[in-house]
Design a protein around this ligand. Structure first.
Ligand SMILES: Nc1ncnc2c1ncn2[C@@H]1O[C@H](COP(=O)(O)OP(=O)(O)OP(=O)(O)O)[C@@H](O)[C@H]1O
Ligand SMILES: [Mg+2]
Length: 295
């Protein structure tokens, strides 16, 4: 939805990056989308022609990839890297290009735009480099940015700064975001909606507050119990031993029968190995894919 921040949550290997690239059809050539649809501005992107997709990617939907250190050219100034993104998607005159680059830098570096724009990546901090990637992502005025773990390599204070940048951009530009993370704590007070993935499948989705405070899928519940204080209220400073989710997700195979979480689930039933559970509506906006809720 326009201006909405959707948090996508899941452990390593749960399919977060696969979902991100599938949305804009950038799966590797041996990958195939077997079902589903991607509705964007009245179109199903899975049915879009290659040249239509070319118009949408980068311009209307942009991606911030997972490895910030690999995403910037090491011997090119930050400003030039943003200018090249603009030039690749439109052909304005030289001065319009320069003006737009300055404008974009001013959005993400309100205090130091000029100096950063003339710097090489190695002269910038991790947080500043991440902001240059954000500048590239918003350069062409997209309506959606998909950010794949954009704060994963940053310290907690810088992570909060980057979240604040995204929040400001949403307010100023009405930008919608798909924010991918393995850290539920980042989504509290930031995301509007949360989607939880396990084994390449959506196991739960709903308003952030409902999912983070009252998770319903056994995986989401176990995940939140195994980390300190997901919602602000739970952190009361007491020392406690955290439970673990036994087993691991690395032996999942595709295709498979049954619920992907069944081997590790404390609440498993016989039916869980027989077929894949459907996403069941628990309320108008909250859904979970678990047989517990199928009537
Ligand atoms: N829906 C799916 N169907 C088939 N294979 C999938 C699906 N989702 C993910 N995979 C496979 O699982 C592997 C891990 O997926 P992916 O890289 O998307 O995980 P991730 O959640 O981004 O992990 P990380 O947190 O480590 O970045 C990939 O090799 C991918 O091909
Ligand atoms: Mg990933």
């Amino acid at each position: 939805m326009s201006g909405e921040i959707m948090g996508v949550l899941g452990e390593s290997g749960s399919g977060k990056s696969t979902l991100a690239v599938s949305l804009v059809q950038l799966l590797p050539s041996n990958g195939e989308i077997s079902r589903g649809a991607v509705h964007f501005e009245g179109k199903d992107l899975l049915c879009a022609k290659p040249d239509e997709l070319q118009q949408i990617r980068g311009r209307r939907i942009s991606l911030i990839f997972q490895e910030p250190s690999l995403a910037l050219h090491p011997t090119m100034r930050a400003g030039e890297q943003v200018r090249q993104v603009l030039a690749a998607h439109s052909s304005p005159g030289k001065s319009a290009l320069h003006q737009r680059t300055q404008q974009v830098f001013a959005e993400v570096f309100p205090e130091d735009a000029d100096r950063i724009s003339h710097s090489y990546p190695h002269q910038l901090s991790g947080g500043q480099r991440q902001r240059v990637l954000i500048a590239q992502a918003i350069a062409c005025g997209p309506s959606v940015v998909i950010a794949d773990e954009p704060t994963a390599s940053l310290d907690p204070a810088t992570q909060m700064e980057i979240l604040a940048v995204f929040r400001t951009l949403r307010e100023r530009l009405g930008l919608a975001m798909i924010f991918i993370t393995h850290n539920p704590a980042l989504l509290s007070g930031f995301a509007d909606r949360v989607l939880v993935l396990y084994g390449g499948q959506v196991v739960e989705c709903g308003p952030a507050e409902a999912v983070l405070r009252s998770p319903r899928h056994p995986y989401t519940k176990a995940l939140f119990e195994s980390i300190p204080a997901v919602s602000q209220e739970r952190g009361n400073g007491r020392k406690m031993k955290l439970p673990v989710i036994l087993g691991d997700s690395s032996r999942l195979s595709w295709p498979r029968v049954g619920c992907p979480f069944e081997p590790r689930c404390r609440e498993r039933m016989n039916i869980c190995t027989e077929r894949e559970p459907a996403l069941v509506n628990l309320s108008d906006s909250h859904a979970a894919s678990c047989f517990k809720y199928e009537s």
